[in-house]
Structure formats: C-alpha cells, structure tokens
Design a protein around this ligand. Structure first.
Ligand code: PRP
Length: 214
C-alpha cells in the first residue's frame, strides 16, 4: 500500500442533521464507515480501515477546527461557511442537506423604519441588508429563531428553511430567499499541501459519486 493511503486524515464531521447524509455519501464513495456510528456519542471516532479519524463537532465549529489544523478536512453547511468566514479551502459541493437561507416574517409584515431582524447568522443578515441598502438592527439568537416575530422581539428573521414545516406550523412565510445551502467539503490550507494526494483522492471519490447520483 502506498504512503498516501495509510496517512491518517482527521475529519471534522458535523453532529446532527448533516452527519447521516455525509456518512452515507462517504460509504457510497467506497470509504469504509460503519453505519452504527450514526447514534454514537463518541466525540473522536477512529476509522482505521478508512485511514481516518472523525472529530464529531458542533456544526458551527467545523470551520474553526479546520482553520486551526486540528482537522485536515471537514464537512460543513454553506450557511455556517458564510457566517464564520474562516480561512479554509472550499473544495467540493457535496450536494447534500439542501436547504436555503431566507428572510422570514408574519404574512402581514409591512416595511418599518429601522426594523429588528433576529437570526443565528448576524454576519450573513448584516451583509444582506447592507447590500439591499436597508438599515436594520440585528439581534443574535441561538435557536428557535421563529419565536422572535411571534412574540414581538423582531419584525423579521433570517434563518434556514429546509422542509418549511417550522414556518408552516408557526404561521410564518418566506419573504425572500437569500441563497441556497448545501454541505461543502473544506480543507485546512497546510493540510491541503502536505496531504494533497490523500485529500484529492477523497475529493475525487466523492465527486465521482455525486456525479453518478446525478
Ligand atoms: C433549523 C432552522 C429552522 C428549522 C428549519 O433549526 O433554524 O428553525 O431548522 O427546518 P424546516 O424548514 O425543516 O422546519 P434547528 O432544527 O437547527 O434548531 P434551532 O431552532 O434550535 O436552531
């Protein structure tokens, strides 16, 4: 076996909704990952057959681990990538966990002067409204963002929409879509040079699988 194939690769994997789809894609690409890991609570998972070690991270922290080089590569949603703006290479659109970033509010929302916008994504929201030439006050929340317009904390929210069920069940509507979201493969800049063949090989395997799936 060549040196390239035995080199341990540290992979920052997002716990939660992306993980199942990401691990399935890895398996489809021929990377041997057991499916019983999906419900594991282990934070560091050794995968000797794959020559990998998974670091099970909170999704928002994946770009941080990769930027600092404690993970060579990582999988992260485009939403987090845009918000965190970390110094990493974005290698591949994995075309999984598709959703969108939207401006959301009550159906009868009317423009107001200096509206309040609640969001988990303050950088994304600020940049969007700045580009639109609209002055807004951005309020950072950490979850259940849909509460904000319902209880009068904010006029609108910027949040991700996947199935639309949360909006529907809370009587909210999308006013504008800001951008589409899918998960991306990212790499540490130094790892990408030092472990280039290994990372490129995985990238090629994943890309071929994505293309084959159409
Ligand atoms: C996300 C997002 C929306 C919801 C959208 O929240 O912030 O609330 O999912 O999904 P849907 O369109 O399929 O309903 P998440 O589940 O991550 O929890 P959070 O509210 O704690 O952020």
């Amino acid at each position: 076996m060549s040196k390239v194939n035995t080199e341990l690769l540290k992979v920052a994997m997002p716990k939660g909704r992306i993980y199942k789809q990401a691990s399935r894609l890895f398996r489809e690409a021929g990377i041997p990952i057991q499916d019983d890991l999906d419900d594991s609570r282990k934070l560091i998972i050794e995968l000797p057959e794959a020559g990998m070690e998974f670091i099970m991270a909170k999704p928002v922290d994946v770009p941080t681990y990769v930027e600092y080089g404690v993970a060579d590569i990582g999988i992260v949603g485009k939403d987090v990538l845009m918000e965190e703006n970390r110094d990493v290479y974005e290698l591949l659109d994995l075309k999984i966990a598709a959703c969108r970033m939207s401006v959301i509010g009550l159906p009868d929302w009317e423009p107001t002067f200096y509206p309040k916008v609640a969001t988990k994504y303050p950088n994304v929201a600020s940049a969007y409204f700045r580009e639109q030439g609209q002055q807004v006050e951005v309020i950072k929340l950490n979850g259940s963002i849909e509460l904000a317009p319902l209880i009068g904390l904010a006029d609108r929210i910027v949040d991700m929409v996947e199935t639309g069920r949360t909006l529907q069940e809370n009587g909210l509507v999308e006013h504008e879509t800001i951008f589409g979201i899918t998960s991306r493969l990212i790499a540490n800049r130094v790892s990408y040079q030092m472990k280039n063949e290994r990372i490129q090989q995985i990238c090629d395997q994943l890309q071929a699988t994505i293309i084959a799936k159409g």
